[in-house]
Design a protein. Structure first.
Length: 272
């Protein structure tokens, strides 16, 4: 694992796997998680993809400045990651609110995004969640028992290995209380990224049929905003799709990357 110093002034941990010359893909983790949330998915991704993952500002081993947590700021960090890696464009894979960040990047910098995989991701976060006031009142140090209890906000449809859950609790404990609040407010205060114009790019929207956090109307809104999207509904899965079905998610991401590669080949042929 290395580090990237971004043009936005933030230093973030970076890890990569696969063929460096393969189809570029950047993994974007959720609020109060870190890049290692993708650990159970990574072994199942295709070798021919150039897969990159970073911790977002304020999370994991990334720098933790006091500001810069508006959705537009975090999206700018993602673009700065692509710049630091020398990537003209990449497919973005976002889990939960990480998918909201990915949508913002695609809406603001469409020329940098070849495809979107949205894993249990919202179409809008304009309504503050019921736990927002509790988060706003947080102070350091965070209580580990309280952090573990917050998992009840996102009910699981199927069991997840206890060690993986322990790691996600550790990720959350690494985020200062002020950033829990600032990052959540940055997401909720933003205008929905795909509200105004559809994106004509390959996409997959992966949804759990037991997701009680985001209603079906959100899934339908993403489908409307992404006319080339495949909608994949997984049975007996809650909101935390990446946690519950990493192998299936990897398969859908691989299929998306194959679509991206096909699009690139067709585009290259048309310019010959």
């Amino acid at each position: 694992m290395g580090r990237l110093l971004l043009s936005t002034g933030v230093s973030v941990p970076h890890r990569a796997q696969g063929d460096p010359g393969g189809v570029p893909c950047l993994l974007v983790h959720a609020w109060c998680e870190a890049a290692r949330a993708f650990d159970r998915m990574l072994p199942h991704l295709p070798w021919w993809a150039a897969v990159h993952a970073v911790d977002l500002r304020g999370h994991g081993g990334a720098d933790k400045p006091a500001d810069g947590y508006a959705l537009a700021d975090v999206a700018a960090d993602v673009v700065a990651v692509l710049d630091a890696l020398g990537l003209e464009k990449a497919a973005l894979v976002g889990s939960s609110s990480g998918g909201y960040v990915a949508q913002q990047v695609a809406a603001s910098w469409p020329e940098r995004v070849t495809g979107l995989a949205l894993i249990g991701s919202p179409a809008t976060l304009a309504s503050r969640p019921p736990f927002a006031d509790e988060v706003a009142a947080l102070t350091d140090p965070l209580d580990p028992a309280w952090v573990r209890d917050t998992l009840s906000w996102f009910p699981l449809g199927t069991p997840v290995p206890s060690g993986y859950v322990d790691d996600r609790v550790a990720d959350a404990l690494a985020v200062p209380a002020s950033i829990w609040s600032a990052a959540l407010e940055g997401l909720c205060a933003a205008e929905p990224p795909l509200a105004w114009a559809p994106l004509d790019i390959p996409a997959v929207v992966i949804w759990g049929d037991r997701d009680v956090v985001l209603g079906r109307t959100q899934r339908d809104a993403l489908a409307a905003a992404l006319p080339r999207a495949r909608i994949v509904v997984l049975p007996e899965v809650g909101h935390l799709v990446l946690w519950e079905r990493p192998e299936r998610v990897a398969g859908e991401v691989a299929r998306l990357l194959a679509e991206v590669a096909s699009d690139h080949a067709l585009d290259s042929t048309s310019h010959e």
